[in-house]
Unconditional design. Structure first.
Length: 551
């Protein structure tokens, strides 16, 4: 179990900052998310290309950025909407379908109050509660009059730092709490996307995501489209159809996991009323989950045998030196979809010898109605399409998904060291700024003093095997001390506690399947068990090695 004697050593400041924002909302897509480079106007065939320069969340929507699609530290994805002339930055979540806004003390101008109260509660015990209002909502070129939303001033589910002040669900309409609350009233509680598909019937009723990979600051989110595919990835229209197989969620069957040239498959543990074919598992694609979760056996197969890997109960996954990379690909039908090693291993800080430490991008998930929750750890490696089909009022075909691989494993492995070095450099700079802010210096002779650049860090490890002991007891990480003031240290302790609590409740920083209301049995995430990595549990359906023998 982690001890919190020196949390700053283990977790980078950008990572902690993002977790703080995520905790307030349970982490949907923006990278939330439940979670832009380009989007398409419904009234024009031209595309809007987003610049690659950093934008703050408060920027206005401009002609070349109609949706304000942004990544927040690589784990949240947001958009900027206009509500009766007032702009709000909202997290985007494929795991829910309602719109709610933390209006603070300022009411939305000229909004109509229905007098009906609604509440959306999240698994981290945060909530958005308030009167359902009606207002004109515009996102990009899509304008919906009298859109229903929850006016939730002071909600503890919004970010405390103002990064986002609401949530826009872009998931199946049947998940809507607002629509259920307004049923039987004179008011239309349809979700925003369902209204878009109805008001703009010539637009195909699907959305697409191509999530960016930038862990530093507020940057372009990647690509998000409504009713059109990105012009650089039109091949997705010919990709294998992945039918929805369970409930009102983006679930489908997966055929296996390729781990370092071994294929693991089968042994579905799901509790849903779904007949899973032999050798397959049921998976949920959720942009609102920042990392990914999987059955314990699969997570063990990914990370347990890595040199110096140590299972950490509070994270429900393994911590290991980042140089011990793992190659993971997911198999759907006849296609394999590689995961970039920088996504499979998440940089979290440095050990006492200044060696980069990573945690697994997959964590344990037990006793759920799905086997895998594939969040941004996987979804950053594919261009994904979600067709609402008959879920939308104007649709008459079964809902489905398509995914197109965008990661070349050979290229990904070649650039891993460079990407890791950038993360380490950002970590060093964050620590340097924190130290300067508290007017505290670290003497050059202090054990564990920080090298001045990432290259020296990456070569600093001497191959000693004491990492496991250090991970088991974080007191050994106190060799790296930045002398932060007591208040700052307390904040970091709280943040680490948040990480432990959120990950233990659902894996990828946010629990379970995204921002889904607890009152909805179809969307309530499963609880993780106390499974230990070395205990005996249900085995895989089997494995084959090498993978090349299958072809």
């Amino acid at each position: 179990m982690f001890s919190f004697s020196s949390p700053l050593t283990l977790f980078s400041l950008p990572f902690l900052t993002a977790i703080l924002a995520a905790n307030a909302l349970t982490i949907p897509i923006q990278p939330r998310a439940p979670r832009g480079a380009s989007m398409t106007s419904p009234r024009s065939p031209s595309r809007y290309s987003f610049s690659t320069s950093m934008r703050m969340a408060s920027v206005n929507i401009s002609g070349d950025d109609p949706f304000g699609f942004q990544s927040v530290n690589g784990i949240l994805y947001t958009g900027i909407i206009d509500v009766n002339g007032q702009q709000y930055t909202v997290q985007l979540d494929t795991g829910s379908s309602d719109l709610w806004l933390d209006t603070k003390e300022d009411a939305v101008p000229n909004a109509f109050d229905t007098g009906v109260v609604a509440e959306i509660r999240y698994v981290d015990e945060s909530s958005a509660r308030g009167h359902i209002n009606l207002a004109n909502v515009t996102w990009g070129e899509y304008q919906i009059p009298d859109q229903a939303f929850i006016n939730a001033p002071g909600s503890n589910a919004s970010s405390s730092d103002g990064t986002y002040n609401g949530l826009l669900g872009v998931g199946p309409p049947s998940l809507s709490v607002v629509e259920k609350r307004l049923n039987g009233t004179p008011y239309d509680g349809s979700s925003f996307l369902d209204n878009v598909f109805s008001v703009y019937p010539d637009e195909p009723n699907y959305i697409t995501f191509l999530l960016s990979r930038d862990p530093h600051g507020i940057t372009d989110g990647g690509v998000f489209t409504i009713g059109e595919v990105d012009q650089n990835h039109t091949a997705i229209l010919n990709a294998t159809i992945l039918p929805v197989v369970e409930g009102q969620q983006w679930t489908t069957f997966m055929d296996g996991v390729l781990i370092n040239n071994q294929v693991f498959y089968g042994a579905s543990l799901n509790t849903a009323n779904v007949e899973v074919p032999d050798g397959k598992v049921i998976v949920l694609l959720d942009t609102g989950t920042s990392l990914a979760t999987a059955p314990p056996d699969y997570v063990d197969a990914m990370y347990k045998t890595l040199p110096e890997a140590e299972f950490v109960d509070s994270l429900n996954t393994y911590v290991f030196p980042c140089e011990a990379r793992v190659n993971i690909s997911l198999i759907f039908g006849e296609e394999t979809y590689p995961i970039h090693p920088i996504d499979a291993a998440v940089f979290i800080g440095l050990n006492s010898k200044n060696r980069p430490l990573c945690m697994g991008g997959f964590s344990y998930l037990d006793d759920s109605d799905v086997d895998f929750i594939l969040g941004d750890t996987f979804l950053r490696n594919v261009y994904s399409l979600y067709d609402f089909g008959s879920w939308a009022r104007v649709g008459d075909t079964p809902p489905y998904m398509q995914i197109l691989s965008i990661t070349d494993l050979e290229t990904a492995n070649a650039e891993f060291d460079t990407l890791l070095a950038k993360q380490v450099d950002a970590f060093v700079q964050s620590h340097s700024k924190a130290a300067a802010a508290t007017s505290t210096s670290v003497s050059a002779g202090t054990k564990g003093a920080l090298p001045t650049d990432a290259a020296s860090r990456l070569s600093a490890g001497d191959g000693d095997s004491d990492l496991v002991a250090e991970v088991s007891d974080l007191k050994r990480f106190t060799y790296i001390i930045l002398g932060l003031a007591g208040a700052a240290v307390l904040l970091l302790v709280v943040l680490v506690f948040m990480i432990a609590r959120l990950l233990k409740n659902g894996g990828a920083v946010k629990q379970g399947k995204g921002y889904k209301a607890l009152s909805d049995p179809a969307s309530a995430p499963g609880q993780l068990s106390d499974h230990q990595p070395y205990s005996e549990h249900k085995p895989y359906g089997g494995y084959q090695t090498p993978y090349s023998d299958m072809h």
